[in-house]
Design a protein around this ligand. Structure first.
Ligand SMILES: [Zn+2]
Ligand SMILES: [Zn+2]
Length: 324
């Protein structure tokens, strides 16, 4: 008799109200990443966010390989090359084509005679064309041997099983103050590519190197693979759109990220210091910075989750020291 009485109660406990909501949210997230190369997830996991809040996150493991296009090119090979042969470089809010002219004119562009990125006899551009040279040149303290190089790492330098796992709150949790996206990056694009924090342009330029992004705003480092420092129209074709803008990604704090401009070509109004604002339909959300800004998001307003090259880790974003 007692068991019979307990039975309905057990059923009620097994399907609490939040379960439906979580299932719906997870289905939304799976739909958003339908064009990504997903190795695992999205799954619901426990997590500790950057501000110490323990909550529920989704975890998704992806390969940084966009399905809609082939990443590259980055560095042109000759100072006579046209823009097709190279990517872009961001300076003073503008995305410049890295073509042969750009390489040839760097000393004028930066008013610094120390630039010599090409062989003056042949016009050949000095490109880091091996994994060893790209890793040495991409270090924060650039190997002096690779001063005056156009720096590129190729996707094929990545291990076949390289992946990134993102653990992001299902629902954003308030932070005491906005934080720079310095450790985990800004977020993840719908195609599974990391939306990174700003590229360390000052360090790169100090070594008389440029590390171009392809026309989609991405380049490769051998830790996280292909990742974006700028959002361009390559991400316009999202599976999820609001009335006035496509959603290009999910930020590490769980808020949605939309394109820099609205579909009518106007800029969103009333953005805060992190490029976020509130509207009745979408709630609080971000708009990516303009491609030339070198800041997809200048900061995150809520607590960030984790991004890791290793799958299956428990996320404790509060335990991580800020990246220098
Ligand atoms: Zn980078
Ligand atoms: Zn908006």
């Amino acid at each position: 008799m007692r068991n019979l009485l307990l039975l309905p109660l057990t059923l009620v406990i097994a399907t609490p109200v939040w379960a439906d909501e979580t299932t719906d949210r997870l289905a939304e997230i799976a739909h958003f990443f339908q064009d990504a190369t997903v190795l695992n997830g999205p799954l619901v996991v426990d997590c500790t966010l950057s501000g110490g809040t323990q909550t529920t996150c989704f975890s998704i493991t992806v390969k940084a390989e966009p399905q809609a296009y082939q990443p590259g090119p980055w560095c042109p090979t000759s100072i006579t090359d046209t823009a097709d042969a190279g990517g872009i470089w961001l300076q003073d809010g503008v995305a410049h084509d890295v073509d042969g002219d750009f390489i040839a004119n760097l000393s004028t562009f930066y008013s610094d005679d120390g630039w010599q990125l090409y062989d003056p006899e042949t016009g050949e551009v000095r490109v880091t064309d091996t994994q060893t040279s790209c890793e040495a040149a991409a270090r924060p303290d650039v190997d002096p041997e690779y001063n005056n190089y156009c720096v590129q790492c190729l996707p094929e330098y990545m291990d076949d099983d390289a992946s990134m796992t993102y653990v992001i709150p299902l629902y954003p949790q308030e932070a005491d103050e906005p934080n720079p996206p310095n450790f985990s990056g800004a977020g993840i694009a719908f195609n599974g590519v990391r939306l990174d924090g700003p590229a360390p342009v000052a360090d790169i330029l100090a070594a008389h190197t440029v590390a171009p992004f392809d026309d989609c705003g991405g380049h490769v480092n051998t830790h996280v693979g292909y990742h974006y420092h700028a959002v361009t129209d390559c991400l316009d074709d999202s599976p999820v759109s609001a009335a006035d803008a496509p959603q290009i990604g999910i930020a590490m704090d769980g808020h949605a990220i939309y394109t820099a401009l609205l579909v009518d070509g106007t800029a969103p109004v009333g953005l805060d210091q992190c490029n976020g604002h509130f509207d009745e339909t979408l709630g609080y959300h971000y708009h990516a910075g303009e491609a030339g800004s070198n800041a997809i998001l200048p900061c995150l307003t809520a607590q960030a989750g984790c991004a890791s090259e290793e799958a299956g880790q428990t996320c404790d974003a509060s335990a991580r020291p800020p990246r220098p």
